[in-house]
Design a protein around this ligand. Structure first.
Ligand code: FES
Ligand SMILES: [Fe+2]
Length: 399
């Protein structure tokens, strides 16, 4: 059964113009207007669960490190040595002993980011240590999830943005979950990041493109439109017999998730937060996934699965099976992303026409158009004019 949130009569079903899916100049603008200025999920606090443990995060030419200090505090910094700009911690994740030692010339920073020591200090003029620490980043921990932001932006605090879901999220006890070793992924897809979002923002394709997922929740799936930069989708299990082994076994073996209200024990629920974060609440685990644009035509998609620390054996098997269903779904989605992104370069491409079931894609596009009105233009602006023209349209809108 589809939930009846009907789009307004006569809504614009046409989507973004094709050029928006391969313009490098637009990509540069998106880095500035979207990815640097909106909250980015880095990791769960339990992934930095000892003093000196760190996780790094890169996006839009920016580099961050989130690290737990000797005082147990988690902090976020630019992962940028103040000497010549090297990465201070080189790996995606790891543990520093008492200090972060820059791999280039060996400057040392305390775990709280302050400068600890300079190699061959006497070869520099006198320097005040307090002026040469790592540059801090804005950070927010929400239900155990660590978010950072490289520049101030239009988004309120994560707790406020996602606040309307508090009651639904609370029973999962997200803050005390731990990373699972399975069901995590990181993959580069040869498409513009918006093609990933467009596929993910609607469930119209589930019946045709995802036989496993369709068997799992059949018609019991619906998407709500983007509202203030967040979205919600729910799939209630279809308990009828199905051919797919992994889905059948998953529904059979999934134990009663007693920590959840009855209504959520047989549901997969997804919450989206603009621009690139999705949280999936399952009875057996919680997953997140996120698109990290690498260029106008390449996107890294990554996801991590979290489980309860006292997970039962049967729940573990169920989690394995839900991961299998998701892996199949992910591979199926990738083809759709590639084909729809490729299409925007075809001489036959005349844009798209959305069904009412794809209203979530449209409302997400509205959010983009609001921040970057230039993408409402049917033709690509003259080379070198993208940012200027976008600012002009924004100013025209204000005056
Ligand atoms: S760049 Fe870090 S010590 Fe030189
Ligand atoms: Fe999909």
């Amino acid at each position: 059964m589809t939930k009846s949130i009907l789009p307004p009569i006569g809504w614009d079903r046409s989507g973004l113009p094709g050029w928006a899916y391969f313009s490098q100049e637009l990509f540069d603008l998106e880095c500035e207007k979207i990815f640097k200025t909106h909250w980015q999920f880095v990791c769960h606090v339990n992934e930095v669960n000892q003093n000196g443990a760190y996780v790094t995060f890169d996006i839009s030419g920016e580099r961050a490190v989130v690290i737990r200090g000797a005082d147990e505090q988690v902090r976020a910094f630019h992962n940028l040595c103040r000497h010549r700009g090297s990465r201070v911690v080189p790996d995606a994740r790891g543990v520093c002993n008492k200090a972060m030692i820059c791999p280039y010339h060996g400057w040392a920073y305390n775990l709280d980011g302050s400068l600890r020591g300079i190699a061959n200090k006497d070869t520099f003029p006198p320097m005040q240590a307090e002026k040469w620490g790592l540059k801090p980043l804005e950070m927010e921990v929400w239900n155990g999830l660590i978010f950072i932001r490289f520049q101030p932006g239009p988004q309120p605090a994560v707790a406020e943005v996602l606040g309307r879901f508090d009651d639904e999220i609370a029973p999962y006890d997200l803050a005390n979950m731990v990373p699972a070793t399975s069901n995590s992924f990181s993959e580069t897809i040869p498409v513009n990041w918006k093609s990933v979002r467009d596929v993910d923002n609607e469930g119209y394709h589930v019946r045709q493109a995802h036989p496993g997922l369709h068997q799992l929740y059949g018609n019991g799936y619906f998407d709500e439109p983007f509202d203030n930069g967040t979205s919600r989708s729910v799939g209630t299990f279809n308990e009828a017999y199905g051919h797919r082994w992994s889905v059948r076994k998953y529904r059979e073996l999934l134990p009663e998730a007693v920590h959840l209200p009855k209504s959520q024990q047989r549901q997969w629920i997804y919450f989206g937060m603009f621009p690139n974060f999705v949280l999936g609440l399952y009875p057996d685990s919680v997953i997140f996934y996120q698109e990290l644009p690498q260029s106008a035509t390449e996107t890294l998609q990554r996801g991590i699965c979290y489980r309860k620390p006292d997970e039962s054996r049967q729940m573990k098997v169920s989690r394995y099976l839900s991961g299998r269903i998701d892996r199949d779904t992910g591979a199926e989605d990738q083809m759709l992303m590639i084909w729809s992104c490729e299409a925007t370069k075809s001489s036959a491409y005349e844009g798209v026409v959305f069904s009412d079931l794809e209203y979530g894609v449209k409302t997400y596009h509205d959010h983009l158009r609001h921040l970057m009105p230039i993408i409402a233009q049917p033709t690509v602006p003259e080379l070198g004019q993208m940012a200027r023209r976008n600012s002009e349209i924004l100013l025209e809108g204000i005056s």
